[in-house]
Design a protein around this ligand. Sequence first.
Ligand code: ATP
Length: 289
Amino acid sequence: MTTDTTTGAPVLEATGVTMRFGGLTAVRNVDFTVNSGEIVGLIGPNGAGKTTFFNCLTGLYVPTEGTVRYKGTVLPSKPHLVTKAGMARTFQNIRLFANMTVLENVLVGRHTRTKEGLWSALLRGPGFKKAEAASHERAMELLEFTGLAEKADHLARNLPYGEQRKLEIARALASEPGLLLLDEPTAGMNPQETRATEELIFAVRDQGIAVLVIEHDMRFIFNLCDRVACLVQGEKLVEGTSDVVQSDERVIAAYLGTPFEGAPEDSALADVEAAEAAQSTTSTEGDTK
Ligand SMILES: Nc1ncnc2c1ncn2[C@@H]1O[C@H](COP(=O)(O)OP(=O)(O)OP(=O)(O)O)[C@@H](O)[C@H]1O
């Protein structure tokens, strides 16, 4: 079910984004927008360029061509500056500080929002103590929000998998983003954990944070998203509501591997299969001699 939302001004605007690695064009001339109040999905078969595109948005890669704007301003090409500007992300593989507590992990996520400098931190002056208390309070709020408050003192590595992924979201939220980018948030989850993640993402959106999510679980994506874009071989093939995208024949073909333009005809494939069958008969006969 797609929840009704009031969508507003663009939060993220990517224009003509292209990313080349040597001779390989991983992302080709992609225009893409996320508006406030929206949950937008990015899908595509393996190797379609989703993560590369994400990395272009979040400053990990400098796109070969194109621009990325957050709330109208071109983003700097440094991940920590992108986070500071208001875009936070999680990664395909969990990247928590395993030997730190749950609370400490969220506090680390707040560093882009605290103004206290090195000397203030070292001298632990009144400004630092006040900022530290405010950060602690906000981190605990986020742990309440994500359902992890009771585990604030546990080491991150001791959390079950689903809760580690929630903690990643809590840590990303600690930078007070206007846009949250989630890279395969339900990978490896059981159905209950996936359902809980869906609820959490709806709740994030209801807090006024736009969400962009890459995911392979189609049921999850089509339930969750107001809008979905499908990348294939680096290009945006289709974009629209969940209903439009899931019934688009080009999307179905891209996922099911239905023959594409330029693929060998059925008759050509039949010839190859016949030749292979003849070859295997010959070699079997050879073996029996
Ligand atoms: N750093 C890199 N250097 C060279 N080629 C890369 C690099 N990163 C990605 N690629 C290539 O770019 C293409 C797109 O990869 P990408 O990981 O973005 O796809 P994806 O849609 O995220 O795939 P998956 O769903 O499997 O994670 C692939 O052909 C990949 O091999």
